[in-house]
Design a protein around this ligand. Sequence first.
Ligand code: OSB
Ligand code: MG
Length: 367
Amino acid sequence: FTIKRAELRMVHLPLLTPFVISTGTMTHKTFPLLILEADGITGIAEGVMDPLPDYLEETTAGALDLLRTAVLPKLVGMRIASPTDIAPLLAPWRGNRMAKAVAEMAVWDLWARSLDLPLCALLGGARDLIEVGVSLGIAPLDVTLDRIAEAQAQGYRRIKLKIKQGHDLALLAGVRDQFPDIKLTVDANTDYGLTDLATLRKMDAFGLDYIEQPLAFDDILDHVQVQAALQTAICLDESIRTAKDARIALQMAAARVINIKVGRVGGIAEARAIHDVCAAFGAPVWCGGMLEGGVGRAHNIHLATMPNFTKPGDTSSASRYFARDIINEQLEAKDGLMSVPQGAGIGVTLDMAYLDTVSDVVEVWTA
Ligand code: OSB
Ligand code: MG
């Protein structure tokens, strides 16, 4: 097919509850949405970068600039036989994996729809349900206990608690006191250093499935020392952008588990490569999330059908985050299982009437 039209929007959705992590608080989800059209079919994707670079370096402003000046003017008019055809268009630009992922993922969706196949089928995924857990933001112990009880009642398969320095061991002790047997993990979003090794070692007492990203976003090497000092598995999120990063981390034993976020790593091709290198090392992966709207959430669900996604992911019900989503379908987990949206591509369609009220068109390109 030939890409005939691209429409780039900025979407602004209020979150039902502020989401607090060690690096800051989110009250809204603001993201670019790309709509590609080719011969009567549409491919869609959203970006996971934030307005300010508090999770990783990319920003929405930077992503819009790269997409508008370097990527989309060339993508429109391109003849595409398979999604890897766009690699040469993205390869000259350093980094900016979140921005590149927006274009790459929309092309995958378009390709799958052009073949009338669900995206998961093209990825070799063989499940129609994926196991999911919840990620709970930083909150006082009593609030956290209530949120865990609610998630347990809804059947979620794993509870992930956001932690930061000074909001860790007492929280874990209080949670384990009430919930001795639940599958529990923590995510530090880079808040610790090697000087905190004693605190991190104390976390071994709580039977955690893994500790996610304790050290710096741009560091793999120092995690080797943490993993060597702990019984609990380390899981890397921010530090892994490429299959090479994953290979190095597993070779050096910096981690035993990897969180794959398709937006963070530059798209589906790189996410698959990371999935495969982890499988080769016998390291399980799981699908992370960035509080995505329905389009990003659907991409995540399809990705998580691949065989080495053996731990519950963060792709929980959209209704946990938003009063209303930008898609027509409901992405709701039942008993901790999320159904893979049926139909071609990512299997979801935009609710244009609502989208128009929560987004602005940034630019449109036509061939
Ligand atoms: O580190 O996984 C993270 C949300 C925003 C930024 C970083 C992270 C998260 C989450 C939420 O944990 C996962 C989700 O429910 O989408
Ligand atoms: Mg994380």
